[in-house]
Design a protein around this ligand. Structure first.
Ligand code: GSH
Length: 197
């Protein structure tokens, strides 16, 4: 047995991968100590952050706990957002499926829009097939799929993607955006805004 862990999240307001973790922790009422790492000034590439995460990507979750039997301190890091979500799901009983996107165009904006268009069109079909009449992406309870979706929606909005043609997705987004855990995790609600998109 271990004591209740302390969780440290290395985060940046504009990181969608970190936002997934913020959403899950808000929904699970897990307190996080935030450590802000500025991606815009490339702070993440410096030696200090590489000590935390040699891969230099955001987010990192550091878990600190104590072995109740031996009194030994335990500290470890998880460096991938989905692995963090899975760890939290296992140890702090939200969740399901994460979809991949493919590379296809040279121009960044056209690429982004093509990815969003393709991805969200598939998402709409999946909602139609698997989740019609359900409240959230994978059923009537919020899951990992919802936590992974919303940061992508925000990125798409910043690129002026029009959601008009995806009615099921629009309904889902509306329901998720009404939840405090999602609101609080959004990029423009973070304590330290060290830049802008
Ligand atoms: N697969 C990783 C991706 C993490 C990732 O790409 N994070 C971005 C911010 S959202 C980052 O740190 N980018 C810095 C860079 O690529 O130099 C995860 O899901 O955690």
């Amino acid at each position: 047995m271990t004591s209740k862990p302390a969780y440290h999240l290395y985060t940046f307001f504009a990181s969608g991968a970190a936002e997934r973790v913020r959403i899950a922790c808000n929904l699970k009422n897990i307190p996080l100590t935030f450590h802000y790492v500025n991606l815009q000034t490339r702070e993440h590439g410096g030696d200090t952050y590489r000590e935390v995460n040699p891969g230099a990507a955001i987010p990192t979750l550091v878990v600190e706990t104590t072995d109740d039997t031996t009194g030994e301190s335990i500290k470890f890091s998880i460096h991938q957002s989905v692995a963090i979500l899975e760890y939290l799901e296992e140890h702090e009983p939200v969740c399901a499926r994460v979809r991949k996107v493919r590379d296809s165009a040279d121009d960044e904006s056209a690429f982004a829009n093509s990815v969003f268009d393709e991805g969200f069109s598939v998402y709409e079909k999946m909602l139609e097939k698997f989740s019609k009449g359900k409240k959230y992406a994978a059923g009537d309870e919020v899951t990992l799929a919802d936590a992974c979706l919303m940061p992508q929606v925000q990125q798409a909005r910043l690129r002026k993607v029009d959601f008009e043609k995806w009615p099921l997705l629009r309904g889902l987004i509306e329901r998720l955006e009404s939840l405090e855990g999602f609101k609080k995790a959004t990029w423009n609600r973070q304590d330290v805004l060290s830049g802008s998109f």
